[in-house]
Write a protein that binds this ligand. Structure first.
Ligand code: ADP
Ligand code: MG
Length: 200
């Protein structure tokens, strides 16, 4: 069972991973976007950890609600509202349970992913964060294994390389978006890697 402490550690590990990989995220975004994804994610997750340290939350759902709200209010780019929606919707789905199973987390994240798809109008194969989020969430739902989910999300991010971007800034490039990994899918894979790290 996963309690509020686990979720706080997940958000802290996500912030550390995003901080470590910020230059890479920005490099990817400089190739098919506007070179701010690393800075966006770093600023957003730094605000998330600051908020959770200042005011630890009593339940898993509350941790994700606070994290999602902080992302929306601190990240200006497309990714802020999208990641904010993912975490807020998942937090809402977890309700006020004190502990949740990995399968319940997968279901909640599944609701979050559906909300992201609705907000951004994107689907799997459009070369966005959804291409890592969907396989990660699906894998977690199947076996409840965080390592398997992290691998699925990383493979999903790698699979965006040959895709043609159909949403977001990268879509302005048309065919020139082919051959590069999507920055948002890359950061989504980091969120799953952080989950694996915290569960180990
Ligand atoms: P911006 O594009 O505003 O500069 P970021 O650089 O922080 O924002 O984030 C870019 C990432 O956001 C993309 O790599 C992609 O994964 C994701 N993204 C952009 N638009 C959408 C969308 N409509 N649906 C899903 N994900 C999207
Ligand atoms: Mg950008």
């Amino acid at each position: 069972m996963l309690d509020a402490g686990f979720f706080q550690r997940w958000m802290a590990a996500a912030a550390a991973a995003v901080d470590r990989e910020a230059d890479r995220l920005t490099d990817l975004d400089s190739t098919i976007g506007d070179a701010d994804h690393g800075a966006n994610m770093r600023r957003g997750f730094a605000a998330v950890t600051a908020a959770l340290e200042a005011e630890p939350q009593p339940t898993p759902g509350a941790v994700l609600l606070v994290a999602g709200r902080r992302l929306v209010s601190t990240v200006g780019g497309a990714s802020g509202p999208l990641y904010g929606t993912l975490l807020r919707r998942a937090g809402k789905a977890l309700g006020d349970a004190a502990e949740v199973t990995p399968q319940a987390l997968a279901e909640a994240l599944g609701a979050g992913v559906a909300a992201v798809a609705q907000l951004g109008g994107a689907a799997a194969g459009d070369k966005t964060m959804l291409d890592a989020l969907e396989p990660g969430v699906d894998a977690l739902g199947r076996g409840g294994d965080f390592a398997v989910a992290a691998r699925a999300a990383a493979e999903g991010a790698a699979a965006t390389v040959p895709m043609l971007a159909r949403k977001g800034r990268a879509s302005y490039l048309g065919e020139r978006s082919v051959g590069h990994q999507d920055p948002g899918a890359t950061s989504s894979a980091l969120l799953f890697a952080a989950l694996e790290e915290v569960a180990a």
